[in-house]
Design a protein around this ligand. Sequence first.
Ligand SMILES: [Fe+2]
Ligand SMILES: [Fe+2]
Length: 380
Amino acid sequence: MTMATEKDLLGRDRADDLEAILAIANQDSDAVIHSVEDNADAIFTWDYEKGERPALNKLYEKAKGAQWNGETDLPWDTDVDPTQVLPAIGSTGDPRFGPDGTLAQNPDLPFGKFGPKEWEEMAVESINWRLSQFMHGEQGALLCTAKIVETVPWIDAKYYASTQVMDEARHVEVFAKYLDTKLTGYYPVNTHLRLLLDDIIQDSRWDMTYLGMQIMVEGLALAAFGFMHQLTEEPLLKQLLRYVMSDEARHVAFGVLSLKEYYAELTDAELRERQEFAFEAAVRMRDRFLQQEVWERLGIPVKPTVKALLDLPAEQNMFQQMLFSKIVPNCKKLGLLDASNGWLRERFAEIKVLQFEDMPDTGEEYEVFDAVTAARQAAS
Ligand SMILES: [Fe+2]
Ligand SMILES: [Fe+2]
């Protein structure tokens, strides 16, 4: 069994290597097209027995009834003030930002001199940046799930994945429309996010698409959307996020249900490769939330700001860690935390996210998240 070091996985010796994090720059941010080799065979199956995997069949039937229309089911006539989409920085309980936040106390950074105008500008850039990255991530999900339709060998999974392709098209569409018609700016794909999406698409093994997308990227998205849904009072975005979350909960369930079966048959060496892939994805996603492009655009020195964020003690970083609250229990349910002598358990402890291991996993949670069906029942 070959044991990858952190250097093999991440191209750097330590997950927190500041120079290495910042050295990865986005080279082609003006290009309209980005192509990636997808290295996989398209698989036909001649076994058409529907419902051979009852949990996936149930999910498929659920998804057929839960489709919604991004143009007509959301209140697009809502007037949106971009400065008010998120509550004022400093009022959200995030200990890092705002006039009393940790970063404002750091004499090497400009935040201490910020007045209301600068904080407002940062809030506007942050929402532009976040929704841009959500949009790019949604396109990643669209491509990955189309790939799953081709590569997964089970008919129930092909059926379900085809509904997810439609879901993801709708998600790209609604985030793009919100950015275009309600906000004030757009950001190219974050370089760490792009590397992660490239890695997922390039892997030839069908289950790695699921692990990277359904478990890691979508697990994080479900937590991040839920978080922003709680924070915002803007009614259009609130409903948009709630509807997207209804779909995302099914998508994560799709990953958990499919991989649970497949991983039960893998050897310890094969599981170890999945653990390493999950850890690499986790670090890339953490790096993307350092939002270096926002600091750049605001003229704030990037390196000391990113360093200050990486150096924060764990209790100050609750907001970042919460993003892993779905990923860690789902990895545990799949047996990935404890395989190979708990390799991933140790790594997750190092990046301070292991505390979520006993939170609810997402195998069944989609029934609770289904706001679309609930709204239809209320209306009829
Ligand atoms: Fe999505
Ligand atoms: Fe999704």
